[in-house]
Design a protein around this ligand. Sequence first.
Ligand SMILES: C[S@@+](CC[C@H](N)C(=O)[O-])C[C@H]1O[C@@H](n2cnc3c(N)ncnc32)[C@H](O)[C@@H]1O
Length: 312
Amino acid sequence: MFSMYHRCEPPAGSRSWHSLTARNRNGYDALVAVTSSSVRISPTAHYTGYTWLTHGLSHPAFATPTGRFLYRALTPANKALAAAGQATLDGFLLARHHLIDALLRRAIESGQVSQVIEVACGLSPRGYRFARQYGDRVTYIEADLPAMAAKKRELLTRAGGGSTHHRVTEIDATADSGERSIDGLAASLDPTRGTAIVTEGLLNYFDPASVTGMWGRFARGLARFPHGLYLSDLHLGQDARPIERVFAGLLGVFVRGRIHFHYDDEPAAVRGLAEAGFARAALRAPEQHQDLTGPVDVTSARAVRIVEAWVK
Ligand SMILES: C[S@@+](CC[C@H](N)C(=O)[O-])C[C@H]1O[C@@H](n2cnc3c(N)ncnc32)[C@H](O)[C@@H]1O
């Protein structure tokens, strides 16, 4: 029933980064460099953007020179972690990305969801891939803070994407009301169609009170629709081993903010989602859903859970 492990097709007339020799990859990387100008984008958005491209999930338009630099700078650390049998950045990023894709696809293919709002889309290729796969059967809204949204719109055009059923808009997930709030955006969509909100790589940068506030806004926004689904990655305190806490500390220095583990375990997180207004919530373990996603690195996958929460 579920299509699996959807890989991004390379742009017409080009080949994927993976299919190139090391020498030609430099040329491919140069293409990435010239197609990206600089605006203020979070370093982690750059990094994940390049990760998606490296693993054949994205279009080169969504990868930036900064992402390439950061990705290469962290490659030795990733390799050392893998050699020591530890979770790697790539491993957990891919595990979360594939399971969010699979759960979203399941909701679409079951007929429950046909509108998607990807909040904090950054340089994620998901909207591009889903729009190509589902065409006008799904309305896909990518949303981010104004500077990132403007950049994403430009890059989407370069990738040959964007249409009436796939667009980029501005949002502030911390806003309670107004055009840039989740409520304002939800009010502009078709109230008769099931809707999903996706956040990926967002929650960890916000303190617990901010996350509870966001979840409340998402639940209220989704309550307008016949079906309302929320999907997100979440890192639990119980799964964060010392090395991951050290890494989170370093990442916090890098992004100039603290990295938060909001809940210790699944029951506490599910209670938090219920208090925010979700009627049914579960935390999915990527390592247990490889039937949906294809193979994941199990050690890395254990570092992340995926929230699947419905408002009704
Ligand atoms: C780590 S990046 C993740 C990007 C993308 N989701 C991915 O996984 O590749 C975090 C994103 O959150 C966005 N962001 C930060 N604060 C936000 C807010 N208050 N509202 C909406 N987006 C926000 C940033 O602009 C950035 O694009």
